[in-house]
Design a protein around this ligand. Structure first.
Ligand code: SF4
Length: 640
């Protein structure tokens, strides 16, 4: 294997003309940071284990890249998975997976950090380690090998990847990455064995080191309990949060080639108070913290100056719930009208969509207007806690068409708990009713694009006890939609049931799933998030060879007191709260936005001191007066 940067570059010159989109592999873009390796103590590779075109839009990596490169003693470089054509070429000329900035192999770095926003990146993670010459399993790494860490939403159930990742970051990474680098530098200077580094890392709030724990299974295959193998490890491991969102990064790298989002992403708030019962992000990102309008506008100004992008994405889980959204939209409208700039506002709520907000963004509108009712009947929307009157949705659709949009994207999920074929038929009826509103307003130009994904009972949500639909059930629901959602003005996109099954197994898996992932990867599984690459049979074979039944993970409703594989990872939202919410769903009982009424989900007892130190509307949870719990007591010692 060629490992020196110049040697790798020489071979790249030979193979790049033969692959699709060579711009994915060259680096050298505006605003990339290249530091002198000989003067830097700690080198960090930030890996997004999918192609450059997707990874360049990953805000988490952009933020960490900026934070690490601001340190004098550290550098961060980017690594993305090569597409299958490039990987074949790389293996044929013996070059390893390399970073874009310095063309060095992954194995040259001190710390290799993976971003895992979703579970279907797991086999690509193994592939990246292999191609980067890093031992795939934790137990095979020595002091000469990089420390392998991972974070992102999938890390909230780290167990299926416990064999491969040395330490997981649970929660928000802005502060914890600094502490990991500090701990790494102290360990390196000490000359202590690698095990000592892992113990030091486990002392950092929000870091989970799987090798310091073991799972005890009950006779029926469920989890009996998880125990610590080191006195010093925390149980549970409590997620990390930053009490105040740091200033938004403005140092965006400008790619040479088209990527999935060619825009400046600015996170306007973190967390969500709506409590949709299927929503993983809504549960794990509590509490809601908002950024001031002035900070957002200043960041946009600066980022535009540095990049020349023509689109801004105002990111949050529910943009129209941002307290100052009208003010922000007006300021942006005033400042940028006539400057050929598009402002996109994803995740608008249907019931809080205001005429003022649409007016403020008039100058910037383009493309379709997206609404996500998630379910088509009022009954089902009560079950999932996204209550909304059908008439309200139709009125909003009429308003959207009458204001000049020609296309509405409607997002639904199929497979919600207790869903019947009538609920699926209602998706057809509602979509056609929305189209009829469009026809009334703008005639035959009206368009409805229907996107249908499959419900997956995610860890740490009120629906974590639910069973998934089987592949056959999902298939019959999709057939119904395909048959009926056709004709002029209607378009349907759906998710392959096999992809949904794989995601469900991986998201709900326990430690035994690591063998399945490893075997599937050895037998060729990679790019599982890509429908044309995912090989379902390889996964079924891997389950058989591990002696595991995939339906055990997905097709049985759990007893309310079953111990989940992820239960030693605490989001601080109490299991008792989630269980009550699950039972409420069966009675169609809904919860209002918890900014109107706090339901004591568990966030505040853990972060009471943080809340007290940051009074006012920075957080959307109520203020805390009592003084019982100290931040220094974190992580908490018991699962409440
Ligand atoms: S503590 Fe109350 S207000 Fe805060 S997230 Fe939980 S339920 Fe909502």
């Amino acid at each position: 294997m060629i490992t020196d940067p110049q040697g790798i570059r020489n071979r790249l010159e030979r193979i790049l003309p033969r692959v699709r989109k060579p711009g994915r592999y060259t680096g050298g873009e505006l605003n990339q940071v290249c530091k002198d390796w000989s003067k830097i103590q700690t080198k960090v590779a930030l890996v997004f284990p999918d192609i450059y075109d997707l990874g360049m839009s990953n805000l988490g990596i952009t933020i960490l890249y900026d934070i690490v490169n601001r340190r004098q003693d550290a550098l961060a470089e980017r690594v993305y998975s090569p597409w299958v054509d490039m990987e074949a070429e790389m293996r044929s000329v013996n070059i390893p997976l390399f970073s874009l900035e310095s063309t060095r192999p992954l194995s040259d770095f001190d710390i290799v950090g993976f971003s895992l926003p979703y579970e279907t990146l797991y086999t690509n993670t193994l592939n990246a380690l292999d191609l980067g010459m890093v031992p795939i399993k934790t137990m095979d790494r020595t002091v000469e090998d990089p420390l392998v860490i991972a974070g992102g939403h999938a890390a909230f159930n780290p167990e299926p990847m416990h064999t491969f990742i040395d330490a997981f970051v649970i929660g928000e990474g802005e502060e914890v990455i600094q502490e990991i680098i500090d701990a790494y530098e102290m360990w390196k200077a000490s000359g202590a064995p690698r095990e000592q580094l892992l113990i030091q890392l486990s002392h950092i709030w929000g870091v989970y080191v799987p090798s310091l724990y073991r799972t005890i299974y009950a006779e029926d295959g469920t989890i009996d309990h998880v125990e610590k193998l080191s006195e010093q490890a925390s149980l549970p491991v409590v997620k990390r949060i930053t009490p105040i969102l740091p200033e938004p990064t403005t140092n965006f790298i400008v790619p040479y080639i088209d990527t999935i989002h060619n825009r400046i992403p600015v996170e306007i708030m973190r967390g969500c108070t709506r409590g949709c019962r299927f929503c993983h992000a809504g549960m794990i990102n509590r509490p809601v913290r908002e950024r001031p309008v002035a900070e957002i506008v200043d960041a946009i100004d600066e980022a535009l100056r540095k990049t020349g992008f023509e689109e801004i994405g105002l990111l949050s889980l529910s943009s129209s719930d941002y307290t100052h959204i009208i003010e922000l939209a007006k300021v942006l409208g005033d400042r940028f009208t006539g400057k050929n700039l598009t402002v996109s506002l994803p995740s608008l709520r249907i019931e809080s969509l205001s005429v003022d907000l649409m007016d403020a963004l008039q100058g910037q509108r383009r493309g379709g207007f997206t609404l996500a009712p998630e379910a088509a009947t009022e009954r089902m929307r009560e079950i999932i806690n996204k209550p909304l009157r059908t008439q309200q949705l139709l009125d909003t659709a009429a308003e959207i068409y009458s204001r000049g949009w020609t296309s509405i994207k409607l997002y639904f999920m199929i497979g919600h708990p207790s869903e019947t074929l009538d609920d699926v038929q209602a998706i057809v009826d509602l979509s056609k009713a929305v189209l009829a509103e469009g026809r009334k307003a703008i005639g035959m130009r009206a368009q409805v694009n229907v996107g249908v994904s499959t419900f997956i009972p995610k860890p740490h949500t009120p629906f974590q006890w639910s069973a998934c639909d089987t592949e056959e059930q999902i298939g019959s629901k999709i057939r119904l939609l395909k048959k009926q959602l056709r004709g002029k003005g209607l378009k349907l996109n759906w998710m392959d049931p096999k992809e949904s099954m794989l995601e469900a197994w991986l998201t709900r898996g326990d430690r035994r799933m690591a063998d399945v992932i490893y075997t599937a990867w050895q037998n060729g599984a990679k790019y599982d998030a890509w429908g044309d690459q995912m090989n379902f049979e390889v996964w079924m074979d891997a389950f058989r060879s591990a002696g595991l039944d995939p339906s055990f993970y997905t097709h049985r409703e759990r007893l309310i007191d079953e111990t989940f594989p992820w239960e030693h990872i605490s989001t601080t939202v109490r299991k008792k709260f989630l269980a009550e919410d699950y039972l409420w769903s069966q009675q169609r009982k809904t919860r209002v936005d918890c900014r109107e009424r706090c339901f004591a989900c568990g966030i505040l007892p853990t972060f009471a001191d943080m809340r007290r130190m940051h009074p006012g509307e920075v957080w959307q949870c109520p203020e805390v007066k009592s003084k019982k719990i100290k931040v220094k007591d974190l992580p908490v010692k018991e699962i409440a």
